[in-house]
Design a protein around this ligand. Structure first.
Ligand code: S3P
Length: 447
């Protein structure tokens, strides 16, 4: 499927339930509910290409769940009720599914093989395998430390060891994997991260009755982000009853679209504004974007609110350090904002982008050059000189966020942009094109 977008009308309107529920919280809600004892009800669950493998995996472990529209019900019977699946688990293209499940499987003490798409098999798994092994988990990997990987059941009554560990990179997937494994250990696990990665796991496990402490420490003039988890004894987790906020990483495409299409004004309601997820808003405000937040309130332990965006004349900026972690999924669409801004935008400290659904530094550079954008690649980021955005035929490389970002570029480009192999948009935002159309954008699909 191709997506074809071109500059036309301003984007005008107000969006609430049409934005998908948050992807990170959806994955966690489904999985953590399967550890709880009792029935969990999760409203505004993200029903998409990346959350389906998580749900299917739960079935393989003997967990019952049902989905009615966007309401997910999970019948948890505690960690000890998890069964060994009879087939390898296919995590599709979802690294969150694979990495979080790896920790859950180690914590539950079952045997399972985790595998996924060709794209997922190229992503590094040694970052979870090494610390899980330190906890005593027995894991077979494929040479190169990649999937498929098999985690093996432990001898009767044998628990994992609690872990004290410095994460080499800030990663919520690694942190969450280790915190889930820590539920199956006897004692307190202490993790030390170099950046403020998203903290949904900590918030949600804590709401389920687990003792989780998060704090910051300063060492050699740099901040480290600490998490300590002590499993309850006996290991009983309360079920979840929550309505999920809209995904800020999906909202990001509409925010940038409204900023770069002259005359646009959009309000996005009920979006997750957890401070570990709002780096893009800070970066855009530093570029003089007209963005205002209102109606901020706590919902289910996370900050939620409305975002109003008016089209703006953007200025170039610099991004590095902990801001990178707080906007890690938003760089593809941020690059589009940079491409229309006045002056240059410089991104550093972002080499993790090379390990996402595609090498997002190399692929952004390749595709944006096709659209006439002046972009220079660095080992850990890029520099874009804004002001020149033409049309052309570009490729998604199977990366949902790259596909949607390039389609957003077409809304402000001098001539139409065709994004090839754009079916991957359904991995995290199935209604992307339809919603933009409804707001007035010219975006069509072609098979
Ligand atoms: C996620 C964490 C991030 C992010 C991914 C979702 C999560 O990955 O890129 O889309 O839900 O924990 P890393 O933690 O590996 O940076």
């Amino acid at each position: 499927m191709n997506l074809i977008s071109k500059s036309a009308n301003p984007l005008i309107g107000s969006v609430s339930n049409e934005l998908p529920g948050d992807k990170s919280i959806s994955h966690r809600a489904a999985l953590f509910a399967a550890f709880a004892e009792g029935s969990s009800r999760i409203e505004h669950f993200q029903v998409s290409g990346v959350t389906r493998p998580m749900l299917q995996a739960l079935t393989s472990f003997g967990i019952q769940w049902s989905l009615e529209g966007e309401t997910l019900t999970v019948e948890g019977r505690g960690i000890s009720a998890w069964k060994n699946p009879t087939f390898p688990i296919d995590c599709g293209n979802s690294a969150t599914t694979l990495r979080l499940l790896a920790g859950a499987i180690a914590g539950a003490g079952v045997t399972a093989t985790l595998d996924g798409s060709y794209g997922l098999r190229r992503r590094p798994m040694d970052r979870i395998v090494d610390p899980l092994r330190k906890m005593g988990a027995v894991i077979k990997t494929t040479p190169g430390g990649i999937a498929p990987l098999t985690i093996q059941e432990r001898a009767e009554g044998q628990k994992l060891k609690p872990l004290t560990y410095d994460l080499p990179v800030a990663s919520a997937q690694v942190k969450s994997c280790l915190l889930l494994a820590a539920l199956g250990a006897k004692g307190t696990t202490v993790l030390n991260e170099p950046g403020p990665s998203r903290d949904h796991t900590e918030r949600m496990l804590s709401s389920m009755g687990v003792t989780v402490k998060s704090y910051e420490v300063e060492a050699h003039n740099t901040l480290r982000y600490m998490v300590e988890l002590t499993p309850p004894n006996p290991l009983v987790l309360s079920p979840l009853n929550m309505s999920l906020p809209a995904d800020p990483s999906a909202a990001a495409f509409l925010i940038v679209a409204a900023l770069i299409v002259p005359g646009s004004t959009l309000t996005l309601k009920g979006v997750c504004l957890n401070p570990t997820r709002t780096g893009l808003l800070d970066a855009l405000q530093a570029m003089e974007a007209d963005i205002t937040l209102s109606n901020q309130h706590d919902a289910g332990g996370d900050l939620v609110g409305d975002i109003k965006v008016n089209a703006s004349e953007l200025q170039g900026t610099e991004i590095n350090g902990s801001l990178v972690v707080r906007m890690i999924d938003e760089f593809p669409v941020f690059a589009i904002a940079a491409a229309v801004a006045h002056g240059s935008t410089v991104v550093h400290d972002a080499k993790e982008l090379r390990l996402k659904e595609s090498d997002r530094i190399a692929m952004l550079a390749a595709e944006l050059r096709i659209l006439g954008v002046e972009i220079e690649e660095h080992s850990d980021g890029f520099t874009i000189l804004g002001g020149n955005l033409q049309g052309g035929i570009v490729e998604s490389h199977g990366d949902h966020r790259l596909a949607m970002s390039l389609a957003v570029a077409g809304l402000a480009a001098e001539s139409p942009v065709t994004v090839q192999h754009a079916e991957c948009t359904s991995e995290s935002f199935p209604a992307f094109a339809a919603l933009l159309q409804k707001l007035g954008a010219s975006i069509t699909t072609e098979r």
